[in-house]
Design a protein around this ligand. Structure first.
Ligand code: E4P
Length: 217
């Protein structure tokens, strides 16, 4: 399973990259706003800065909602860097736009996916990635990981090439369960990635080894 970081914060992206396990980045308008990036020029420069840190897919989301506008916006985003993946919402015009991008060699990430039916449409349109939002599903007391399992099963049965990108990750257990469910990619906050490191027996064991090592020094 590939690891993407789900943030627009350059320091966090650099920290995850420095771990050596980072395969890509996802952003969305809320994450861009959170780091104070406003205006087309600043937004484009920020995507370029992310691409300069990470040599892998970087999702940049369109903020228009009609087919023609999404195509125009997506074309401009794709021109920023070869690693840009145009993130498109799961709406009727979004599906049309994904098909257009697919036919024109532009990679896409179909976002705001909450059902298997939506994931089938995204794959039929040729999306590079489909993003089921598992945390938001869990927030409503449904089971987000179950949706990942269902989509992975359908894509395998049908031979769809779209990669299942588990999004809206809330904790390290989500990452483990998405790996079990066969997700191709998990996009995570830095805190969830670092949370995978934690085990009290590791800390206790290391302390003991370091104490014992002092005897021989
Ligand atoms: C990523 O592609 C999504 O936009 C993101 O994971 C949504 O996460 P949230 O539900 O924590 O906002």
């Amino acid at each position: 399973m590939k690891f993407f970081i789900d943030t627009a914060d350059l320091a966090q992206i650099q920290e995850a990259h420095d771990l050596g396990i980072l395969d890509g980045v996802t952003t969305n308008p809320s994450l861009m706003a959170k780091v104070g990036i406003k205006g087309t020029d600043a937004i484009n420069a920020h995507y370029k800065a992310i691409c300069d840190i990470v040599d892998g897919p970087v999702s940049a989301e369109v903020v228009s909602t009609t087919f023609a506008e999404m195509v125009e916006e997506g074309k401009k985003l794709a021109e920023i860097h070869p690693n840009i993946v145009v993130k498109v919402p799961m709406i009727k015009d979004g599906i049309k736009a994904i098909k257009w991008f697919t036919d024109n060699g532009i990679k896409t990430n179909c976002t705001l996916v909450f059902s298997a039916g939506q994931a089938i449409l995204a794959a039929k349109a040729g999306a590079t990635f489909v993003s089921p939002f598992i945390g938001r599903i869990d927030d409503g007391s449904w089971d987000g990981v179950q949706l990942i399992e269902q989509i992975v099963g359908i894509y395998n049965a049908q031979g769809y090439m779209t990669e299942v990108l588990a999004a809206s990750i809330r904790n390290p257990l989500h990452i483990v369960r998405c790996a079990e469910a066969g997700a191709d990619v998990c996009t995570c906050p830095l805190s969830s990635i670092l949370g995978l490191l934690k085990h009290p027996l590791t800390d206790i064991g290391l302390q003991q080894f370091l104490n014992d090592a002092k005897v021989f020094q």
